[in-house]
Design a protein around this ligand. Structure first.
Ligand code: GDP
Length: 292
């Protein structure tokens, strides 16, 4: 994960507040402002503040250091309600990667390949977004960078479900551990897109179970981006979230808001454009960096 100077850290915003000798009214106002600015959203902000008020009363403390510890514990406890572990024990384990174009799907597939290869797994990527040849080439570049094999469409515009089928067939034949299927993310054709995805799922499920459906979300778009991805959340059977571009975002609170709003665990975090810039999600580490 990033160092303590992460742009999404609340550390700077909270420093003055926690340096004061006692908790006072401005402490609460400053904390609320910092949380809203960081895109925690009004609901989470209000609940967290209420809980902290109750804790401060209960322990009868006026020490900002206590408040900081309570804030850290509260956020960590909330994030740890969902399990961030990827379920990849099937052979092959099939992972569908979904999301709106531009969020970082291609890059994530490359980084995730590298992550898995680094853990001793073999990986094949299926280019089931067959609409644009240039996009397939870009995916192939990232897959190769990540150390994965690539299954390309045999012709431009090939049925995405048949590419997914061929990828899994190849994984089974060649004994490849993990299958990552890239899917289309063109927003303007939402209902067609969901039908296409449903067909991809049906075809895969005739061959094997789907291990994970990962929805990629761009942290820089915050909760607006989440609204754009709503169709995937409703229809795609998403099992985990990947938050990308956290390195360019001031919206650390989005990570907490998004998990609570969707009820879907965050499983991976992307913080950069290089192949190694993807990590698993660990609430304790994340909150330590968030609070500073
Ligand atoms: P796709 O359309 O969803 O496949 O998106 P791409 O993978 O092509 O990424 C879109 C842009 O976002 C590219 O310029 C990527 O380099 C950039 N990008 C992706 N992930 C990250 C990240 O974690 N951090 C930063 N700073 N940029 C990213």
């Amino acid at each position: 994960m990033a160092d303590r100077s992460s742009p999404w850290s609340l550390g700077g915003a909270l420093r003055g507040m926690f340096a004061k000798p006692t908790i006072d009214e401005t402490t609460w106002d400053d904390l609320e402002d910092a949380m809203i600015t960081a895109d925690f959203g009004p609901a989470v902000t209000e609940e967290v503040l209420e809980h902290l008020h109750a804790q401060v009363r209960r322990y009868n403390t006026t020490d900002p250091v206590d408040l900081k510890r309570m804030l850290r514990e509260t956020l960590e406890e909330r994030l740890a309600r969902l399990n961030p572990t990827l379920t990849l024990s099937a052979r092959p384990a099939v992972v569908l990667v979904v999301g709106v174009n531009g969020v970082g799907k291609t890059t994530t597939i490359g980084k995730f390949s590298r992550f898995l290869v680094g853990h001793g797994r073999t990986v094949i990527v299926g280019a089931a977004d067959t609409f644009r040849a240039a996009a397939v080439d870009q995916l192939a570049t990232w897959a190769e960078r990540g150390g994965a094999a690539i299954q390309r469409p045999q012709q431009e515009g090939q049925d995405p479900a048949s590419v997914a089928y061929q990828t899994i067939e190849r994984a089974q034949r060649e004994g490849i551990d993990i299958v990552l299927i890239d899917t289309a993310g063109r927003l303007q054709t939402k209902s067609g897109l969901m039908d296409e995805l449903a067909k991809v799922r049906r075809v895969i499920e005739k061959q094997t179970e789907i291990a994970e459906v990962l929805l990629v979300l761009d942290a820089t778009t915050g909760q607006n981006g989440l609204a754009q991805a709503e169709a995937f959340i409703q229809h795609a059977g998403v099992t985990g979230l990947v938050i990308t571009k956290l390195d360019g975002s001031a919206k650390g609170g989005f990570v907490i808001a998004v998990q609570e709003k969707t009820g879907i665990p965050i499983k991976l975090i992307g913080q950069g454009e290089r192949i190694g810039d993807l990590t698993g999600f660990t609430p304790h580490v994340f909150v330590s960096q968030l609070i500073g």
